[in-house]
Design a protein around this ligand. Structure first.
Ligand SMILES: *[C@@H]1O[C@H](CO)[C@@H](O)[C@H](O)[C@H]1NC(C)=O
Ligand SMILES: *[C@@H]1O[C@H](CO)[C@@H](O)[C@H](O)[C@H]1NC(C)=O
Ligand SMILES: *[C@@H]1O[C@H](CO)[C@@H](O)[C@H](O)[C@H]1NC(C)=O
Ligand SMILES: *[C@@H]1O[C@H](CO)[C@@H](O)[C@H](O)[C@H]1NC(C)=O
Ligand SMILES: *[C@@H]1O[C@H](CO)[C@@H](O)[C@H](O)[C@H]1NC(C)=O
Length: 334
């Protein structure tokens, strides 16, 4: 063999090794979803979700997008509150204060300032991979999960979003065991494990005061109902659902139907904004048309049916349209 040829082979071999190793490193590193959540104290990116190009088969935002979807979807509204975007427009503030009006609300900007001394301000989803495909499971609380055996399918997503009182213990086979995000409000709160992000939906200034109190002194015990005075949750992972985003969901997606969106619908839109691929479980009635929670024995138990606050059937229609347009995939039980 001539010398140049030998050298070429050696170069190729080295190149091959480097590529293999890098590929391995990337697929290994970026499969660990906890890495998505490293708090990244850099201000290099002004985006909450510094998203690289999506590498899914089908992505949430496509170049040639569905006109109905593009008309409703607005990427520039951040789902989470930071110090920076916490200053609300007068219109948004009025709307938000009307949701569960308080007789003597505390000073909002002072509460927000105190809040961000307890929880981190800017939690970026560190995601420096050049290409990525973030898959999410949004798990509702419907009885249609009973006997579904969806557990391992749900757990295989990068993010698993649950809501309100949802337990996993004892139901793993059907609902899975991992939770990366748990969406709740003070009156629906439960304790979480250290790896789960608490996503608080605030309906009033008192709710922001409650999360501060529940993570520190435990002085707030009552809102309009008795609430947990202390909560087990990782302070470093607490996120606040933005009131501006809340209003956007209500106006752009529900076109003002109902008094305000349900936790399920708010969680779904949260997922649509932070995920590339969204799988939806446990939404809607069970196979007999009953509305109840999967952890309730009695199928006719007084669960969410028609609360008067939410327009369940309009929400359901929009959810089905999102599935029709292949923006989400619905799993309806089996
Ligand atoms: C999206 O939201 C931004 C910020 O509120 C707003 O300025 C913009 O007009 C919205 N875009 C559409 C298409 O509605
Ligand atoms: C709330 O507090 C801020 C800062 O202390 C103050 O500038 C503002 O005027 C207060 N707002 C109201 C409505 O009292
Ligand atoms: C929970 O996680 C935080 C980091 O986010 C860590 O500092 C803390 O020690 C953990 N607590 C427990 C009880 O594991
Ligand atoms: C949290 O995550 C760490 C690291 O991934 C793991 O070792 C630990 O068991 C998890 N803790 C809980 C309570 O799931
Ligand atoms: C939901 O969609 C159905 C069928 O398109 C329609 O008949 C019904 O009026 C819609 N419901 C609401 C609340 O918009």
């Amino acid at each position: 063999m001539s010398l140049p040829r030998q050298r070429r082979i050696r170069t190729l071999a080295v190149l091959f090794c480097v590529i293999t190793f890098t590929t391995f490193l990337f697929s290994y590193t970026f499969r660990d979803p906890s890495l998505y959540f490293l708090k990244y104290a850099s201000h290099l990116s002004d985006s909450f979700f510094s998203k690289g190009p999506c590498a899914c088969q089908q992505c949430m935002v496509e170049v040639e997008d569905d006109p109905w979807f593009s008309e409703h979807f607005n990427q520039s509204i951040h789902p989470l509150m930071s110090r920076e975007n916490s200053v609300l427009s007068d219109e948004t503030f009025k709307w938000w204060q009307w949701l569960q009006s308080e007789r003597q609300p505390a000073n909002f900007s002072e509460v927000v300032e105190e809040l961000f001394q307890v929880i981190p301000d800017e939690v970026l989803y560190m995601d420096s991979s050049p290409e990525r495909c973030r898959t999410c499971s949004v798990v509702g609380n419907s009885g249609n999960l009973k006997g579904s055996h969806y557990g391992s399918l749900i757990d295989s997503s990068d993010f698993i979003i649950r809501m309100n009182q949802a337990p996993t213990s004892g139901f793993e086979e059907d609902v899975g065991s991992r939770t990366t995000h748990h969406v709740m409000y003070p009156e629906s709160a439960i304790d979480l494990d250290n790896n789960t992000s608490l996503v608080l939906i605030p309906f009033k200034t008192l709710d922001l005061q409650w999360i501060i109190s529940a993570l520190t002194t435990g002085t707030i015990k009552y809102t309009y109902l008795p609430v947990m005075s202390r909560i087990k949750a990782n302070k470093d992972k607490v996120l606040i659902y933005s009131p501006t985003f809340f209003k956007y969901v209500y106006e752009a997606w529900l076109e003002g139907h109902g008094r305000y969106p349900s936790t399920g619908f708010l969680s779904l839109l949260f997922a649509i904004h932070i995920c590339d691929e969204v799988n939806v479980f446990g939404f809607g009635a069970d196979q007999y048309g009953n509305w109840h929670h999967y952890w309730e024995e009695n199928r006719l138990a007084g669960a969410f049916r028609h609360t008067g606050v939410h327009d369940g059937s309009y929400e359901h229609n929009v959810t089905l349209l999102l599935a029709d347009k292949h923006k989400i995939q619905m799993f309806k039980g089996r």
